[in-house]
Write a protein that binds this ligand. Structure first.
Ligand SMILES: [Zn+2]
Length: 405
């Protein structure tokens, strides 16, 4: 089977791969169907474990994970009725496998149109796959009689629960990086086994894992290469759905690795910068966030500032170099109000005027060219004037701090 880029289906596939001991490409429909008992057992023990119970409610409400078995099953199986209910619902999915319509997620002709079980039709909804929205339904006479998602994708989505954790809402990852997904699955399944074995209960913090801590852990263990990682925060219980997707880009992963390697990760975390990295807005926000304009100082160490600046600045390395050079010259000729002057800059043309003023005073006081024409053109052609202004302020602060040391 192939990955689909649907996070629930893909995680289900990696979960299946782990428990079947097969590469995802080698897994067949028969493998899944033959092992319904195995998967039902795994899911049942997971959702019966106090620590993971809520994941069933938050991810698959109104499914066989949360709804009780019927009277017949209770009479027949007693305590095991819930497990039997899961098995029977999984079997029901496979009974309704067909070849008449194409699945919108996996692209396979797995959908049966004629002769589908009534119970199957009644069961299929976003209870089995979070974020299945109405546009994935073909709505017949206001009854949801046809779903363009196949029973296999629904089954895989349901077993993806074994790779889900809580981080406030539910947390699930996805990536094209197969090794990352494989390692993540091994990590999750081993933890599931341990927690189930000791009958772990929910803790006071509600078993919420800290996303930033977990990501640092993955990077520390080097199970994370440089491919983009997608993070989904989901709540699929009741009326209020939550579905947020984030991406940690290759560039941000590299920055994160450097922060860890150079021991700046604690400082970075304490500054609460992870949320910008997650939203991929750090490159726009770090300058204004890390510069305390009022007190004219940096909120972080010069080294951390420079590491972030070097890696993700919107300005090119050449422009940063030009800014460094001219700031050093301006600093050396005085201009006590330089930060104040820069703070007042509100347009590209006012920045241009200020730089011209510096050029003139450098000429008068030092008989020196502050900046050669070619570099000046490069600097003043850059449309990121706000970044240039902020970068200049930062540099003056750094010069001041370095001098104080
Ligand atoms: Zn499918």
């Amino acid at each position: 089977m192939n990955i689909t880029f649907n996070e629930f289906v893909d995680n289900g596939l990696y979960v299946a791969s782990y428990h079947l001991g097969k590469d995802i490409h080698e897994i067949t429909l028969e493998d899944l169907e033959k092992n319904i008992e195995l998967f039902s057992d795994k899911v049942y023990s997971f959702i019966e474990c106090g620590r993971y119970k809520k994941i069933a409610n938050m991810g698959f409400q109104n499914s066989c994970y949360t709804q009780g078995p019927n009277k017949g099953l209770i009479e027949r199986y007693g305590k095991k009725a819930k497990l039997e209910n899961i098995k029977s619902k999984f079997r029901l999915l496979f009974r309704n496998l067909g070849d008449e319509e194409c699945c919108s997620i996996c692209g396979k002709y797995n959908i049966k149109i004629t002769g589908t079980d009534k119970e199957y039709i009644g069961m299929i909804s976003r209870s089995l796959m979070p974020n299945l929205t109405s546009n994935t339904f073909f709505n017949c006479s206001n009854n949801l009689q046809f779903l363009d998602v196949c029973p296999i994708c629904l089954f895989l989505s349901m077993i993806s629960i074994l790779n889900i954790r809580k981080s406030g809402n539910l947390l699930i990852y996805n990536s094209e990086d197969k090794e990352f997904m494989r390692h993540l699955t091994i990590y999750r399944q081993k933890e599931n086994k341990q927690e189930i074995a000791i009958k772990a209960q929910e803790e006071n913090n509600g078993n919420t894992i800290d996303l930033e801590e977990e990501i640092i852990h993955f990077l520390d263990c080097q199970i994370w290469t440089n491919k983009d990682i997608y993070i989904y925060i989901v709540n699929n219980s009741g009326q209020n759905q939550v579905y947020e997707d984030y991406i940690i880009t290759e560039k941000n992963i590299k920055l994160f690795k450097k922060l860890i390697k150079n021991n700046y990760i604690d400082e970075f975390s304490n500054l609460n910068l992870f949320r910008f990295l997650l939203a991929d807005t750090l490159k726009y926000k770090y300058l204004t966030y890390l510069i305390d304009l009022e007190n004219e100082e940096l909120r972080c160490s010069v080294d951390l500032f420079e590491l972030i600046d070097r890696d993700i600045s919107l300005l090119s390395k050449e422009i940063i170099r030009i800014i460094r050079d001219i700031c050093y010259e301006i600093y050396s000729i005085g201009h006590e109000n330089r930060i104040q002057e820069l703070k007042l800059i509100s347009s590209f043309s006012s920045l241009e005027r200020l730089i011209n003023k510096y050029v003139n005073s450098c000429k008068t006081l030092k008989d020196k060219n502050l900046i050669i024409k070619e570099k000046s053109q490069k600097l003043l052609n850059d449309k990121n004037w706000r970044s240039i202004k902020n970068r200049m302020i930062a540099h003056f602060i750094i010069l001041k701090e370095v001098k104080n040391v």
